[in-house]
Design a protein around this ligand. Structure first.
Ligand code: HEC
Ligand code: HEC
Length: 168
């Protein structure tokens, strides 16, 4: 939405400039500046429109009501959630599909149904996340689940070391 607000003044700007441009007999230098100004405004408008296009093609964000968090703290930002999920994937040497299923019916481009509990791997992972939170809180003096999740001492890596099934 903030993109829209940047487009509107840009459109307004073009119109005002166009009116300002009507009186002739301006100093050549001012006229030149006006010309440059309207070029900048046009460029700004173009960039905003491209931005709008990009925003429109981006897949919609997760529906927060569909959220199915049972062990991770609910008050994590999208960035923190991404960071945690990417870290888990890296520490197990897998991709998101190892635990998450695509939306159904199949749509193109593929979208994931992150809230679904269909895969056993996700259920096991949930227990493992809970275990890590408990270890960190009990033995490493973390005061909150949030801290234990964001900056853990014992993490999936401690045992998994880049494999979905730990090799000891
Ligand atoms: C090893 C298993 C595993 C992998 C790999 C994994 N996740 Fe997750 N993900 C989970 C679990 C378990 C939960 C639910 C946590 C809970 O219940 O608190 C979850 C929850 C989520 C949620 C929140 C869904 C909701 O209910 O609101 C998102 C979004 C998400 N994962 C994205 C990703 C992305 C993106 C990747 C790949 C970068 C990824 N996950 C990789 C196990 C995994
Ligand atoms: C204390 C060691 C330890 C930690 C820490 C740990 N795991 Fe595990 N995990 C294991 C062991 C051992 C197994 C294999 C269990 C078995 O074979 O029955 C396993 C199995 C799994 C599996 C099932 C793999 C499969 O294909 O069967 C998943 C998924 C998993 N862990 C996710 C995680 C995630 C995510 C984390 C971090 C939040 C984590 N684990 C942290 C020890 C650990």
């Amino acid at each position: 939405m903030f993109l829209l607000s940047s487009v509107i003044p840009a459109i307004g700007g073009t119109r005002i400039l166009a009116i300002n441009n009507i009186p002739s007999g301006k100093e050549p230098e001012t006229a030149h500046l006006m010309h440059l100004n309207s070029k900048i405004v046009t460029l700004g408008l173009l960039i905003s429109l491209i931005g709008l296009g990009v925003a429109a093609t981006k897949p919609p964000v997760e529906d927060p009501e569909k959220s199915n968090l049972k062990v991770l703290p609910k008050k994590l930002s999208d960035n923190q959630m991404d960071m945690i999920m990417e870290r888990i994937s890296r520490q197990l040497g897998v991709t998101c599909e190892y635990c998450h299923v695509p939306t159904k019916p199949d749509v193109f481009p593929k979208r994931m149904d992150f809230a679904s509990d269909e895969k056993t791997e996700k259920l096991i992972a949930r227990r493992m996340i809970r275990m890590c939170i408990q270890i960190n809180r009990k033995y490493f003096a973390f005061k909150s689940d949030r801290e234990a999740v964001l900056n853990p001492k014992v993490s999936c890596r401690t045992c998994h070391r880049g494999f979905p099934r730990p090799k000891f």
